[in-house]
Design a protein around this ligand. Sequence first.
Ligand code: NOJ
Ligand code: CA
Length: 539
Amino acid sequence: MTNNSPLKWWQRAVVYQIYPRSFKDTNGDGVGDLQGIIENLDYLNDGTANSLGVDAIWISPFYPSPMADFGYDVADYCAVSPLFGNLATFDRLVAEAHRRGIKLIIDWVPNHTSDQHPWFVASRRSRTDPLRDWYIWRDPKSDGSLPNNWGSFFGGPAWTLDKTTGQYYLHQFAQEQPELNWRKPELRAAMLDTLRFWLNRGVDGFRMDVIGLIIKDAELRDNPLNPDVDPNLPPNDLFSRLQQVYNLDQDEVHAVIREIRGVLDEFDDRCGIGELWGELPRWVRYYGEQGDELQLPFNFRLIWQPWQAGAIRQAVDDLEGALPSFAWPNYVLGNHDQPRLASRLGGQAQARLAAMLLLTLRGTPTLYYGDELGLENGNIPPEKIQDPQGRNLGAQRTRDVTRTPMQWNDQRYAGFSTVEPWLPVSPDYQARNVAAQRQDARSMLSLYRRLLWYRRQQPALLGGRYQPIDSAAPDCFVYRREADGERRIIALNFAAEPRQVMIAASGRGQIVLSTYLDREATVSLGDITLRPHEGVIIE
Ligand code: NOJ
Ligand code: CA
C-alpha cells in the first residue's frame, strides 16, 4: 500500500461494535433496541471532539429470531425483529447514521439459520421436500450412530436426529442452528439476495459470521483427534477434542466468497468483513489472490497473545510480513464472544495501553461497546446465565459476562433501561459510566476520545508505514508510523514497573499523548522514562 493512494472509508475508519440487546432500551422491555442506537449516535460521533469519534458501527444481529443464540439464529434474513424495531426504524437508523457521516455495517449469518426459519421448517418436513438439501442431512451410519465425529461449538455432537424423516442434520453451534448447504446453487442465490436486500437499503458493509465454515468437506470426513486437549475440558466439549480440518477453511470456500464479493461490488464502496479464526497462512487467503474476496478478514491474533511486549510485537510483525501488498490490516481486541478487555488484560492501566496500541497500529481497528469505559466482566449468577455456551459448557465459558448493559449514568439500571435488564447491570456502574467519565478529563472515555480525534488528523497514523523500533528496553513495544515525511513514534510499556526507553541516540521529540493523560512534554529520544503500563505518542 503506497502512502499516496487515497484511503477507502473502511481503511480510515474506526469500527465500533454494538451488541443491540445491551446498548440502550427505549421501550421499557429490558432489551436494547434500534431506537436506542439512533438516540445515541451523537454519543458515538456528533462531529465534534466531545463525542467518541468512531466512523462506523457494526450491529450484531437484529433479525427475527427465537434467540436460542441471541440473534445468531436467524428466522428471517430480510426483516427486523419486533424486539428491536421494524424496517422503518432501521431505515431511520441508516439515515441518521449517514447524516453524521457514520457508516453502518450489519451482521450476516450465512452458515446456519434458526430451526424456525421457513426454509428449515420446509426442509425437515420430508426427504423429498424441494428445500431438503438446502440444509445438510445425513443418514445414520449402518450401526445407527452419528454420520461423523464432529462436535458442536456449544457442547455435544454436531448432529441431531430428526425423528420425522430419520435423518440427522448438521449444526456446529446450537441444535436450533441447522447449517445451510452452500453447495446448493438455489440456496446460494437466495442467500446472495439477502445481501442485496440490505445493500439496497443503504448498508455500507457486512460482518459475516463464521464465514470460513460455510463450505464443508464434500464427504464430511471425520476430523482427526486434537493431540493436546486441555485435561480440564468439560466432557461434552467434543468440538475442542478434534482438529478442525474438514469442517472449515476448505479450498472451495474461496470461490463462494468471490461470489459474495461480486454482490458487494454491484454497489459502490461496500465492505466485507469476515469472522475468521485460522492460522496466518490459511487466514490470509480470505483477502483473495487478487484482493477479490474480503476487504477485512477479522484479525484476532492479538487476542490470542499473552499481554507481553515481545509477543504482541511478534504478532504484529508476523501479520505485516504475511500480507500481500493489496491487503489492508485490521485488529480486534474484544467482542461479544470474548471476555472484557480490561478483565482479560488484568486491569484498567493495561486496558488503557491496549487502547493506544489498537488505535495507533497500521490498519482498521474494531472497538467493542463499553470497552471505551473500561467495562469489566459482569457478575452473572448461575441461575441468570442466558448464553447457550454457558448453559451447556459451564459458567466459566458463559459469554454473558461481556454482554452486560451499557453503563450510561449512575441511575437505576445504569440508564440502560427503566426495568430490570435481560442481563444484570455490573455493580460498578455508579462509578463507571458515560456521564461520569465525560466529566473526568483523565477517564478511559477521555483517553479513547483523545486517541480517536488525534488519529483522524494524522496521515501517519491513518495510512502511514509501520516500522518496529528496537528500543533497548525490555517489556516495551516501540514503533514508528510515517507518511509523507511525517513521523509519529509510539512507545508502550507493558511492564508494571517504569522503563527507560532509547529510541534514537540523539534528538528530541514532543509527547502529545500519554495513556495517563497528564503530560505533554519535550523529551530526549535517547532517554524516555515510561511509567508502569504507560504508552505515549511522540511527534
Ligand atoms: C460467531 C458469533 O460471534 C457468536 O456469537 C455466535 O454464537 C456464533 N458465531 C454462531 O453464530
Ligand atoms: Ca427495548
